[in-house]
Design a protein around this ligand. Structure first.
Ligand SMILES: [Zn+2]
Length: 400
């Protein structure tokens, strides 16, 4: 296999305490050397990464790839193409598909499709309850054995606390965390963190969006609950005022909040309360995002704007903390490889730069073209995405 030598970039890998100008050599799908002015081996392709950041590949732990069941919204091929355009080398896909990802056979079919079509690594998130109906816990051990890295009924909350507590007890010895979609947000976050404490199950709160939820989480952590949480690009940027302007196109769950919440969310990223940045990439057809607000589908296409949107919302975030939030931490929480460029680790690399660009959804690889960032000028751009040593995306306008 041909090697790749990435030269002159600012290598940012918080897991290895690295942040300096270093070369990186990849071969046979793994990282083989890191150092100053590495010499290429015969046949190496050389990538010039001067003026750019080189980091472990980005990991998005909250993505809807819509397969099986909704190929009109997205497929493995289009969703993972969007992922690599956005700098993501790994995504975890949510189970609100048809059928739901609640059975090892369904996971097996999905992973065969991933093997055929995916351009990045895909890890499935299994359902918590059969059919995501909120009544009967899935066979968690069987799902974990089939490759599931987390459990969630995302799109819906597990409403019955007894069902959730029983499920947490059944899954407590598995590494894969429960990921809860909290609606109504504060009440469910409060309830869940109590169940997490009682059952000692690993827990993650999806798309936290209010100042009050952050306070609930901080208080639970002070009492020893080890739960993690994520924030999305849209909740870090927009308020409910967007609904008056854009109507159904601005619909998302949880909904866009007030300026007070947006500011609290940004502070929570800076102060360490938030562990992960996740896009909640939720593609729909154009028709589903038009017309009546009540009937419109919730969610935005997020993978291709996320990196730029985070940089716009969080201008004071250090590159190292950014990489922690978008690579190190999600890889650790899911227990998947990647999240670092240590020698011997997978050759999953994202090269990005602080270079402005304008969002044009017509250029998306995703079938979902609805994003509140359409037309926005964003300050950070992905230049090259390398998955397992293979260049899966290269921006048209750059040397790297
Ligand atoms: Zn959700």
């Amino acid at each position: 296999m041909i090697g790749l030598l990435i030269r002159g970039g600012r290598l940012v890998d918080p897991a290895a305490s690295l942040d300096s100008i270093l070369d990186l050599r990849l071969c046979d799908g793994i990282v083989v050397a890191i150092g100053e002015r590495l010499e290429p081996a015969a046949g190496d392709e050389i990538i010039d990464a001067r003026e750019a950041f080189v980091s472990p590949g980005f990991v998005d732990m909250h993505v809807h790839l819509r397969e099986p069941g909704f190929p009109e919204k997205e497929t493995i091929a289009t969703g993972t193409s969007a992922a690599v355009r956005g700098g993501f080398t790994t995504v975890a896909c949510m189970p609100n598909t048809k059928p739901a990802l609640d059975d090892p056979a369904v996971i097996g079919d999905l992973m065969r499709e991933v093997k055929r079509r995916a351009r990045c690594r895909v890890y499935p998130i299994g359902a918590i309850t059969l059919g995501r109906r909120g009544a009967q816990p899935c066979d968690f051990a069987a799902l974990a054995a089939a490759g599931v890295v987390a459990f969630s009924d995302d799109g819906d909350t597990v409403e019955d606390p007894r069902v959730l507590r029983d499920a947490a007890l059944l899954a407590r010895n598995l590494r894969a965390p429960f990921i809860e979609h909290c609606e109504p947000e504060e009440a469910i976050a409060l309830r869940d963190l109590q169940i997490a404490k009682e059952t000692a199950k690993s827990w993650h709160l999806a798309h936290v969006s209010t100042a009050a939820t952050l306070e609930i989480l901080r208080s639970a952590r002070r009492r020893g609950v080890g739960a993690t949480c994520e924030a999305t690009p849209h909740h870090l940027t927009f308020t409910s005022a967007l609904i008056a302007q854009a109507g159904a196109a601005a619909k998302v769950n949880p909904p866009l909040r007030d300026e007070h919440d947006v500011q609290a969310l940004r502070r929570a990223v800076y102060d360490g309360t938030i562990d992960v940045l996740a896009s909640d990439h939720a593609p729909h057809t154009a028709q589903e995002k038009e017309g009546d607000l009540e009937r419109a589908a919730p969610g935005f296409s997020g993978l291709e704007v996320a990196v730029g949107a985070y940089a716009a919302a969080l201008p004071d975030l250090s590159p190292s903390r950014f990489v922690e939030l978008i690579s190190t931490n999600p890889a650790r929480i899911l227990g998947v490889r990647g999240g670092t460029l240590a020698i011997g680790e997978p050759a999953d690399v994202t090269i990005f730069a602080d270079r402005a660009w304008t969002v044009d959804p017509a250029e998306f690889a995703s079938k979902g073209r609805c994003t509140p960032f359409a037309g926005a000028r964003l300050p950070r751009k992905v230049l090259t995405t390398i998955v397992g040593g293979i260049v899966q995306f290269r921006a048209a306008d750059c040397a790297a």
